[in-house]
Ligand binder design. Sequence first.
Ligand code: SF4
Length: 222
Amino acid sequence: MKKEAAPVGFINKANYQTGSNRNFTHSAMEKKKPSVLLHACCGPCSTACVERLVQDFEVTLYYYNPNITDKEEYLLRKETLLQFVNAYNEEHKDEFTVNFIEGEYDVQRWLDKTAALKDEPEGGKRCDVCFSMRLTETARQAKEMKFDYFTTTMSVSPHKNYDAIKTLGMILDGEYGVTYLDVDFKKKNGFARSVEMSKQYGLYRQGFCGCDYARIAQEAQK
Ligand code: SF4
């Protein structure tokens, strides 16, 4: 059975933390859904985030991940994300379209920024720099392309520090003048739903976060 599209211009505030100082900038009086630039780390994490957001927003995925230092892995995750987006759009073609933008694969810049932190454990200072680089670029793009909101799929993972992501989002909200949509996507069963949807769409699910530092440390532990 087909889902009913959400009424245009209406945001179900119960689904969001609304951490931004600006709060929601759209009301039920407006005729179209507000736009959100959703930084997407990979296909599996994007599934449940997209499903949650499309009810209330025009969603554009932004694949900006120079932290995936192995190029083959980077391309594989991009293809997996597109596999999901294309299938999801086809399934919902009468309701909405989820857009896709790829950012620059500036892996050397990421390596330069994190070189001094290569021995940090996953979840440490290197990850803070990594989140910051990716979310800053998302906020910058959102401003340049006149999106109403920006946010990231990273909070769907139980391994990522939601408070650090939120704090960063709020700082960038102030710096760039684009509202950070504060959603802890793992809540309301979000992570479990992403696993379920990944299986449903037959998506490749990677076994490590993204950078070679994390992959090598993980392999050494094994
Ligand atoms: S472990 Fe993940 S979040 Fe941390 S630096 Fe590597 S890619 Fe970035």
